[in-house]
Ligand binder design. Structure first.
Ligand SMILES: *Cc1c(COP(=O)(O)O)cnc(C)c1O
Length: 857
């Protein structure tokens, strides 16, 4: 029979146990083992059965059990202590509160389409979401006043299982927000707070706002599945990355526009300070900038003035050089949402469309590009590793015509991972027992072999490997039962993997560039490595393919079929449904973390960092973070065939290099034991990894970098423009408009040089005098620069320096001479040129206006 109505009956906790509710609803438990222990102590079996989910556990307790716990003085004492500890964590001053800068933002809004915080809140698909979760947790640990904004997806991403034949099957369990660690945002009268976004044709999209508490950081999640909406609109937040086209556009409107409105509601209801900086994690939330422009236009600013104010306080992080990772909509579809009846006075639809227009060389005029909008609305932008910063500068250089890639204003902050989430508990406890806090912070404790001996380190690594082997068997059995096998056929699963064999892990999403099946390039060679009589390796593989990506599913199937073969199935397993829970078991247990993307398409990669924090060694293509931090001793670099255009041949070459490395270096070193049976050279690498990578790969380092290099400067810039009723924004907009108008008359007319003889020598000084026309601009409004350095055969300046020339003479009709000296400091081919760029205090870079007048060749 079908129920006509459903609701959730909430457990009522006795007063003595009331703090359990807050402990369950603050996600700090997900990275705080003592709090988890407290819940486990209530009922260990239930705790395991609900997958370590405190809200589910409390919901499953009968009144009798609760009464018994409330009468247990020792347990009640533990609850009080845990609540006190949480309270201290939430209120005591932390790193941020000790910073001296006067420009610390009162609050930072962080927008992301997905958040991977814990497996009980499955609102993520992969790296982008995990990173967002780690960002929030680390901000909480540091005391950075962040507030997260996202969507609550009715089915999250999907659960992955396999058919008998190894084909990926997706299921979409419906999530019940009432059964998750979420709190509905309510108006003072108790009714749910509602955020509304306008739709074309007079329609509206309403959303409720759920709040997750991520330690000190509130995370606001918008949910369209509410009674106020008609059916079609209710489905807007149905799935993460579920639909394309208009469905996706509506999600992104809700995230960006609705997200800003949710923040305003949150500040009104909670008294939290309004964010001074807006940080967008990839371009999906970009419409937040349009909404903030609308807000400012409503207070009397022009579009351009509002744009300046918004840009100054916006940080945009790009996450991928892969085109499929960037949202592009039909411009005319976007126009329906910002034009017609929905057009805000003062915010013409053409101006909105121009923000995302691909009007650069090679762009598509019919397309609205979210990354392009991100860069136009973000006064500060960054990639997520040094290499990715460089790749992004090249990729988006078209937006700054006349500037070389190196001057494209996109920097980088290398990603990091949240150690308390990802480091295995027994490793944390060993460290706490044996190393001093300063040694942990610097990593140096790992080099003191007297603190943690080789035998102890090795036996811990072995225990972690054994734990993974046991977990893999459980998961493999479950998978085979779902694939239709009977328990009687599965006796072999008990012997799958060995706790003593060198274990390689490979787990990530399965887009083509990550090359899940590179290891299968030469199946015989792989088989030989797996079955090597003395030095075998074993492989644990996992990963989901996007539901619409059949090519990815074929790769998974290929791998599963290989792993199903009776001769190798004890040495290679594919575990379905890669998620946070599996990841937490996987990283600690693997000796080696394998990563073989097509360089340079992996923007950063973070799973290898999680492995390193657990004493795993990385075996990776020099891409993303590994390109930056591989040092020859902390793992291995898989050589790449970068120049080879034939992808098949490139895969062949790189796979062969991978096999060679595994056989001759990785396995050789792992099985090289001393007379105590210890792989001492291996353990040296493990120590070196923990000591040197340990401090660097952490998300607290990352969030501190964002704070220092992006949030604080953005706050300073934003405040400077906002003061005195946005006087600064008005002046800047007026100045930019004037400079843009005048720029066609700005030229380098003529350059004279002297000071060097026929044969220039190191130590000589080149005198440069440049005659320029500035039209109506004052000489103080530009900088005339000499750009100099080494030149290539083709006269291209390579790795150049930029020096400002000073005003020397002024002539009629806006003509001036600027002069200066350039010391010649290096022998070899030298070249220089002269250019004019706009100059004004407070511009974030020379390329801010994308205007430059280069000397004619
Ligand atoms: C860390 C992590 C990822 C991201 O890994 P990459 O190396 O960046 O691809 C994806 N999924 C889960 C479950 C993770 O824990």
């Amino acid at each position: 029979m079908r129920a006509i109505r459903r609701f959730i009956v909430r457990t009522v906790l006795p007063d003595e146990l009331a703090p359990l509710d807050e402990l369950a609803h603050n996600l700090r438990w997900s990275w705080h083992a003592p709090t988890r222990d407290l819940f486990a102590a209530i009922d260990a079996e239930r705790w395991a059965a609900v997958g370590g989910d405190p809200v589910a556990l409390l919901g499953a307790l009968e009144p009798g059990r609760l009464a018994a716990l409330a009468a247990d003085a020792a347990f009640v004492g533990r609850v009080r202590e845990a609540a006190h500890d949480l309270h201290v964590y939430l209120t005591a001053p932390r790193w941020y509160q000790q910073q001296q800068s006067a420009q610390l933002p009162r609050a930072v809004a962080y927008f992301s389409p997905e958040y991977g915080i814990t497996s009980v809140l499955p609102q993520y698909s992969g790296g982008l979401g995990i990173l967002a979760g780690d960002h929030l947790k680390s901000a909480s640990d540091l005391g950075v006043p962040l507030v997260g904004v996202g969507l609550l997806y009715g089915s999250g991403y999907f659960k992955q299982s396999l058919t008998r034949d190894g084909w990926q099957v997706e299921t979409y369990p419906v999530l019940d927000p009432d059964g998750m660690p979420l709190t509905l945002l309510r108006e003072p009268d108790g009714s749910p707070a509602v955020v509304t976004v306008e739709l074309p044709g007079g329609g509206a999209l309403h959303a409720h706002v759920w709040r997750a508490a991520v330690g000190r950081v509130p995370l606001l999640l918008l949910d369209s599945d509410v009674p106020e909406n008609d059916d079609a609109v209710r489905h807007v937040t149905d799935r993460l990355y579920g639909g394309g086209g208009e469905h996706r556009l509506r999600q992104e409107l809700l995230l960006g526009v609705g997200g800003v409105r949710a923040l305003r509601v949150w500040s009104r209801l909670s008294g939290a300070p309004e964010p001074e900086v807006f940080h967008t994690n990839e371009g999906h939330a970009g419409f937040l900038g349009v909404e903030r422009i609308r807000e400012l236009v409503a207070t009397g600013l022009t579009f351009d003035e509002a744009l300046e104010a918004v840009r100054a306080a916006t940080v945009f992080t790009t996450h991928t050089p892969v085109p499929a990772g960037i949202d592009r909509f039909e411009a005319k579809l976007v126009a329906q949402y910002f034009g017609g009846d929905n057009e805000t006075p003062g915010v013409p639809v053409e101006r909105v469309l121009a923000l995302g227009a691909e009007d650069h060389e090679g762009g598509d005029p019919l397309v609205f590009n979210m990354a392009v909008m991100g860069l136009r609305l973000g006064g500060r932008a960054n990639g997520v590793s040094l290499l990715h910063g460089q790749v992004s500068r090249g990729m988006f250089a078209g937006l700054w015509p006349g500037f070389d890639d190196v001057e494209v204003p996109i920097g980088s902050v290398t990603n990091g991972v949240h150690a308390p989430t990802w480091v295995h508990r027994s490793l944390v406890e060993l460290v706490q027992r044996r190393l001093r806090p300063d040694e942990v912070a610097s990593g140096s404790g790992w080099l003191r072999t007297g603190a943690i001996g080789d035998d102890e380190l090795w036996s811990l690594r072995g225990a972690l490997r054994a734990e993974l082997v046991a977990e893999a068997r459980v998961r493999l059995r479950r998978s085979w039962l779902r694939r239709g096998a009977s328990a009687a056929e599965l006796g072999w699963v008990d012997d799958v993997l060995s706790p003593d064999v060198l274990t390689l892990g490979f787990a990530r999403r399965v887009p083509t560039y990550k090359r899940l099946t590179l290891m299968l390039r030469d199946p015989d060679r792989l088989r030989a490595l797996l079955l090597h009589p003395e030095r075998p390796v074993q492989l644990v593989v996992a990963g989901k393919s996007h539901p619409d990506d059949d090519q990815g599913k074929r790769l998974i199937q290929q791998l599963v079929r290989f792993a199903d073969a009776p001769d190798v199935r004890h040495r290679i397993v594919f575990l379905p449904n890669y998620d946070i829970a599996m990841a937490q078991a996987l990283y600690p247990g693997c000796d080696v973390w394998l990563n073989n993307p097509l360089r340079p398409l992996e923007a950063c990669g973070t799973s290898g960092m999680k492995s390193a924090l657990n004493g795993g060694l990385n075996l990776s293509v020099l891409d993303g973070w590994w390109d930056e931090w591989f040092d020859g001793e902390n793992g291995w670099a898989i050589p790449t065939a970068d120049g080879v255009d034939d992808v098949d041949r490139r895969d062949d070459l790189e796979a062969a290099a991978l096999y060679d490395l595994v056989e001759h270096q990785v396995a050789a070193r792992f099985y090289d034991r001393d007379d105590r049976g210890l792989p001492t050279r291996w353990l040296e690498m493990v120590r070196h990894t923990l000591a040197t990578l340990g401090p660097k790969v952490q998300a607290t380092r990352m969030v501190a970098d964002y704070t220092r290099y992006l949030y604080v400067p953005a706050t300073a810039a934003g405040r400077a423009l906002a003061a005195s009723d946005h006087e600064g924004a008005r002046a800047l907009a007026a100045w930019k408009a004037r400079v843009r108008d005048a720029w066609e008359h700005v030229h380098v007319d003529h350059v004279e040089t002297g000071g060097i003889g026929e044969v220039p020598q190191v130590g000589d000084e080149l005198h440069v005098k440049a005659y320029v026309s500035l039209g109506s601009l004052d000489p103080s409004e530009v900088q005339v620069q000499v750009v100099h350095g080494r030149v290539t055969e083709a006269d291209e300046l390579d790795g150049y320096a930029v020096d400002a020339l000073v005003l020397a003479e002024t002539f009629e009709a806006g003509r001036h001479a600027f002069a200066g000296d350039v010391p010649l400091q290096r022998s070899g081919p030298f070249g220089y040129t002269v250019r004019v760029v706009p100059r004004r205090d407070g511009l974030s870079s020379a390329a801010e206006l994308a205007l430059v007048a280069n000397a004619p060749a």
